[in-house]
Design a protein around this ligand. Structure first.
Ligand code: BGC
Length: 721
């Protein structure tokens, strides 16, 4: 965008969202016209009464101080003789008080930032002449019908309000160097879920149930009179008595309020979003019926690439929950959850889930943008914030969270085979490892600092969120892993990484000396997965025995869970891995399915066996992290594996692990080089494997190996013992 345009703002009007206006006449014939636009906040732009694009919550969320995306819309077909552009501006991520539970100088700064817009209308006439209309002090503003809009608290809209008073905008001093073209995926309304039922709870509340937890907003239709109001609260679950519940949203009000005009009207919020399955109708004119409510799913418009299905309906529900969890938390930034007063780009959560995410959907562009924000917000000393964009810059970095700086680009490279992400992120990757090297008190180990540990591990001491695995063990293990990945990335892009090679060797040596004994499931898992154990088979045997001695129970938290099934099955314990996957009692993936989950829960027992909630404080029902188990289903159960020498599935390894407890299982990934699918079925005389691949494949079944060209193949394997 040519930056002749000025930033413009409205005079302060408190919570009311301003609308900016520009009118112009079009005399000559237009060949092509574009609108370039962005905002400090989130905007909705309408030209001659119509939205200029399907983009919702533009300009998205980036490390705003350094990078702000602008959008370019083709408006050729929308132009008339008399034109009017209106841009409504909400606080969005730019000015909402995020996070909800913590005060900081940075939050104060963000809250008090001015809102504003900048843009231009570029018109190319048929006679070859050009015209630019820039934002400047000739634009006007007024109050919009959006009386309040904010990320956590919701939206208030007055359908009776008409903007009649227009004033001249003021120029806003704000940097223009931060402007960058749209880099991520567009946020859009991607699907619609009709309400399943409207019912009265024992407490007498009228509640709408969509049967599915989603992220987005509700669109309702109502027949009302002037002065009537609609007031709606959002919730994820009902309480033990079947009443509406949303205490777990903590300070996020998650409320919409709509002042009606006369007659039949349809509305949905436009400048915010919610995570919800249930609505409580605090006020709603008339008798509410399901057909009056539609949940509009809002997320980054990413293409689905993965499918998994099995003979077990409960497992299929788990897979469905994982996909919904991803949709619900991939709204421009990979967030922890979409409902409570967080909705932040927690780095640990993103790193835990990225592999599964990259098989489920094409997330290359989505993560590319986020990683650029990570690098932009990386602190001078190399520390990576707990969340990106870094809305808690005063907080310390944590192991396994900051490592997202290294793990995420590496996974993008593996899944999509494009070196560019490594080239772009290499400095940032090194800086993270250097940060640890430069700040740790013990050379070659990370023994100090404050960490989240094995967050929410089930072996946590009473009253703690952190599992029992030693923090310094986890921190040092990730230090080794990240260093190893920097070395690998350096080799791929032809950088000299000899210093990191030496460093890696020393870390491994010191690690082995410092931690000869592993104490918890997660410690075993990390030692195996990160190549730190000198005898991984024995370590895996011990891990399998621990799991079984514990009554086949998982004890891991955020750190251990994504790897535990791999650590077991890579060393001959696929049966134990399946036992964990198929287990239904608490703790297990299917426990929440049995409790009616439609997305992945933050806690193994978000709803406990007695029906009570785990807590009100930290209890999200849409947290994708444990959905990482999907990557094991693709890679091991169905056996579709990336070969590191052939990144992006240029060639694929297919090495399925059937299990008698399932009649059949199938998975497919639509890779950069073609689709790969693998299905096995338990038949009487053996296991039938049907593999269809559009890329050359190395197939391993029952100890036998074949190298095959693209095609459809059937193999027979023995039933496993
Ligand atoms: C978030 C997590 C996050 C964690 C850090 C929580 O409040 O919801 O998912 O990773 O804090 O420990």
């Amino acid at each position: 965008m040519k930056f002749q345009a000025e930033w413009i703002q409205a005079a302060d009007m408190g919570d009311i969202c301003p609308v900016f206006k520009k009118c112009w006449k079009q005399e000559k014939k237009v060949q092509q016209a574009f609108l370039y636009l962005t905002a400090l906040g989130v905007y909705e732009a309408k030209l001659n009464g119509k939205r200029v694009s399907q983009y919702v919550l533009a300009p998205g969320w980036t490390a705003y101080q350094k990078r702000l995306q602008y959008q370019k819309y083709d408006i050729t077909e929308m132009l008339d003789k008399d034109n009017e552009l209106r841009v409504t501006l909400g606080k969005g991520w730019f000015r909402s008080p995020m996070p909800g539970w913590e005060e900081s100088k940075d939050k104060e700064r963000r809250k008090s930032q001015p809102g504003g817009i900048i843009g231009k209308i570029q018109i190319l006439y048929e006679d070859g002449s050009k015209e630019n209309i820039f934002t400047d002090v000739d634009w006007e503003y007024g109050e919009s019908p959006v009386r309040f809009s904010e990320i956590y608290d919701g939206e208030v809209y007055d359908a009776l309000f008409e903007t009649t008073e227009w004033k001249q905008v003021q120029k806003l001093e704000w940097p223009k160097e931060i402007l960058i073209p749209q880099e991520g995926e567009e946020i859009r309304e991607t699907e619609r879920v009709m309400a399943k039922r409207v019912f009265m709870t024992p407490a007498g509340e009228t509640v709408v149930d969509f049967g599915q937890e989603v992220t987005g907003y509700v669109q309702f239709t109502v027949e009302a009179g002037e002065g009537d109001q609609v007031r709606i609260l959002h919730g994820e679950v009902l309480d033990t008595d079947g009443n509406f519940y949303n205490e777990n949203y903590r300070s996020a009000k998650a409320e919409i309020c709509y002042m009606c005009k006369n007659g039949k009207q349809t509305w949905h919020p436009r400048l915010t979003f919610f995570g919800f399955r249930y609505l409580k109708l605090e006020e709603f004119p008339g008798d509410a019926k399901p057909e009056q409510f539609t949940a509009v799913v809002v997320c980054s418009d990413i293409r689905r690439t993965g499918h998994i299905l099995s003979s077990d309906p409960k497992l299929n529900q788990l897979f469905s929950n994982i996909f919904w969890g991803q949709k619900g938390n991939f709204l421009d930034v990979p967030t922890d959850c979409p409902q409570r007063d967080e909705r932040l780009g927690w780095t640990g959560d993103a790193q835990v889930f990225i592999k599964a995410a990259s098989y489920n959907y094409d997330v290359e562009k989505f993560f590319g943008k986020w990683l650029h924000d990570l690098a932009a917000d990386q602190r001078e000393n190399g520390a990576v914030g707990q969340v990106i964009p870094d809305y808690m810059p005063e907080n310390n970095p944590s192991a396994a969270w900051g490592d997202a700086a290294v793990i995420c680009p590496w996974q993008m490279y593996l899944t999509y085979g494009n070196k560019q992400i490594l080239e772009e992120q290499f400095e940032s990757m090194k800086k993270w490892v250097d940060y640890i090297t430069d700040t740790t008190e013990t050379p070659y180990l990370w023994t100090d600092g404050e960490h989240f540990g094995d967050w929410l591990g089930l072996d946590a001491p009473v009253g703690s969120y952190k599992g029992s695995s030693r923090e310094e063990f986890i921190a040092s293990a990730f230090y080794a892993y990240s260093t190893e990945l920097v070395v690998k990335a350096g080799h791929v892009i032809g950088e000299d990484v000899s210093e990191y090679e030496k460093l890696y060797e020393k870390i491994v040596k010191e690690f082995r000396k410092a931690y000869p004994v592993y104490q918890t499931q997660t410690e075993h898992v990390l030692a195996i997965q990160f190549g730190l154990s000198e005898s991984p088979r024995e370590t895996a045997d011990t891990l399998a025995a621990m799991v079984m001695e514990d009554g086949c129970q998982i004890r891991t938290g955020f750190v251990g869970t994504p790897y535990i099934l791999h650590a077991l099955s890579d060393y001959g314990h696929a049966d134990v891995a399946y036992s964990l996957l198929l287990r239904e009692e608490f703790p297990s993936w299917l426990y929440s399915v049995n409790k009616g989950a439609t997305t992945i829960w933050e806690h193994w027992d978000g709803v406990m066996e007695n029906g009570e909630f785990w807590s009100t404080d930290m209890n999200s029902f849409n947290h994708y992290a444990y959905g990482a188990v999907a990557d094991w289903v693709y890679e091991t159960a169905a056996g579709i594996r990336i070969m590191e020498e052939y990144p992006g599935f240029e060639r694929v390894k297919v090495s399925p692990h059937p299990d008698r407890r399932l009649g059949w299982l199938e998975a497919s990934i639509d890779t950069r080089h073609g689709k790969v699918s693998s299905r096995w079925t338990q038949e009487e005389d053996g296991v039938k494997h049907e593999i269809e691949t559009e890329v050359p494949a190395h197939i391993v079944i029952g100890g036998q190996e074949w190298d095959v060209e693209p095609g459809r193949y059937t193999f027979w394997g023995r039933h496993e013992e």
